[in-house]
Design a protein around this ligand. Sequence first.
Ligand code: PRP
Ligand code: URA
Length: 209
Amino acid sequence: MGKFVVVNHPLIQHKVTMMRDKNTNTKDFKQLLDEISLLVAYEATKDLPLEDVEVETPICKTIGKKVSGRSVGVVPILRAGLGMVDGILTLIPNAKVGHIGLYRDPETHMPVEYYCKLPADADQRTIIIVDPMLATGGSAVAAIQFLKDRGCTDIKMMNLIAAPEGVKAVQTAHPDVDIYVAALDDHLNENAYIVPGLGDAGDRIFGTK
Ligand code: PRP
Ligand code: URA
């Protein structure tokens, strides 16, 4: 079974509370999402392999460490996932970014695919799929399958808030995928929204409601 990690550093908990507040405006909401995404990505990349390299300081030569192995690919699920990309790129500026367009059908809550563009070498990269909300898990399960169908074998999932139902769905369908979140909430309501959650993440990031 893949890891499920709630990155519950005090600063993250503080910032998530600010994001939940319905009075937090679009600008602050996006800035908080940038900050939390960077902090969760820090934890999600804790197991990146290292290699020794020689470096010459102003004093002497020494052996330092450098990240080695697979490069990173960040894949936001459109549209709300876009809000997590900047924070991760602050931490990993050389990561390439792919996009998967999925939306939840308002009636069935099932994911509908409308766009995909991945780095040409996506199958050689450590892929971090990002989406603020893991609700039923339908979108995440579909996005992971989509990447596996294109040869990706090293996939992690990063969310801001998860519902237990979504975590279970991803772990059942894709037990090889580790999940990193800033908060684990209580349940889904009758409209498959996360409770207490923060409402519609896409609308709050882009100010569309
Ligand atoms: C939201 C969210 C996830 C999905 C989560 O996207 O950003 O992609 O719902 O729900 P699930 O776990 O039940 O699949 P939405 O469909 O609202 O589209 P948007 O990002 O374009 O606003
Ligand atoms: N998508 C959102 O934006 N919010 C939820 O609570 C569930 C799905």
